[in-house]
Design a protein around this ligand. Structure first.
Ligand code: SF4
Length: 274
């Protein structure tokens, strides 16, 4: 007998449904890893609204995250063993922008000059073959560049090293194939331009940091939750929403206010402790 949805999948889906809300590095309202994320999602995250990992992609997302965590640990361990002056999981605070995070690592560019100000931020990303192949031919995703650059700005360094690792294989008929374990890497100075307009990575990153800080301050002063990507739902639901742990909230409430959110927090917290 083959199950349509077997008992193991059922219990795993329940097990992963309410992941713990990870605190931000220094208790800030925003987190640097959300640098290009939907503004509504950032506010719900900042408020500590319980995440709900449900829907058809929940287990797939969980597996991708677990593989990602494992590969992060292995690459970090390799750097610790073989790269001089490597520091793992470096806390970064940017209090002016109400944000903080952890860089995967920082290593010193030179033996002769091991000061942090000469260091390079290491940012590791795992992804499936489509995204990997696209990045391999077109360059890294902007959101990853900006995240790494934000760590660099917070730490006062200028170099960022992005590492992409492919986690699955492309079907054989494709010319540009990738296999699990294929890697591609880039080293940038954050003053370099990242697109044809000539805008530098650090200028674009600073724009995002400051814009989100203004958004968060406006929410904290008014209690009005921004629409974020919810404003596009009339025409088409953006793909990011299909992977968002707050999808249920946005589906039930177009315009939500703080009272709706408190109700939802109480309801979800009750359910998760049953
Ligand atoms: S479901 Fe979409 S609109 Fe709602 S918080 Fe998530 S990303 Fe934003």
């Amino acid at each position: 007998m083959q199950y349509e949805t077997g008992p193991a999948q059922n219990v795993l889906e329940r097990y992963i449904r309410h992941p713990a809300n990870k605190p931000t590095a220094d208790g800030s309202f925003l987190r640097i890893s959300n640098i290009t994320t939907c503004t509504r999602k950032q506010v719900l995250d900042g408020m500590g609204v319980p995440r709900i990992e449900a829907g058809p992609n929940a287990v797939n997302g969980f597996v991708a995250k677990e593989i990602g965590n494992t590969m992060h640990q292995h690459v970090q361990a390799a750097f610790e063993e073989y790269v001089p002056n490597f520091e793992c999981e470096v806390e970064v605070s940017i209090p002016d922008c109400l944000t903080s995070g952890h860089a995967d690592g920082v290593y010193s560019a030179s033996h002769d000059n091991p000061s942090r100000r000469e260091g390079t931020v290491l940012e590791i990303k795992t992804m499936r073959n489509y995204g990997f192949r696209k990045a391999r031919s077109e360059g890294p995703k902007e959101e990853h560049l900006f995240q790494a650059a934000a760590y660099a700005l917070g730490l006062g360094v200028t170099k960022i090293h992005l590492v992409y690792i492919c986690t699955d294989a492309t079907p054989g008929r494709w010319k540009d194939t990738a296999r699990a374990g294929d890697m591609v890497e880039w080293l940038y100075d954050i003053h370099e331009p990242f697109d044809e307009s000539g805008t530098s990575i650090n200028v674009a990153t600073t724009y995002f940091l400051e814009d989100h800080a203004r958004m968060a301050k406006s929410y904290l002063a008014s209690g009005v939750i921004p629409e974020g990507l919810r404003s596009y739902w009339e025409t088409e639901i953006p793909w990011e929403c299909n992977y968002c742990p707050y999808y249920d909230i946005c589906e039930q409430h177009g315009d939500i206010d703080i009272v709706d959110v408190i109700d939802l927090v109480i309801k979800e917290t009750d359910e998760s402790v049953k």
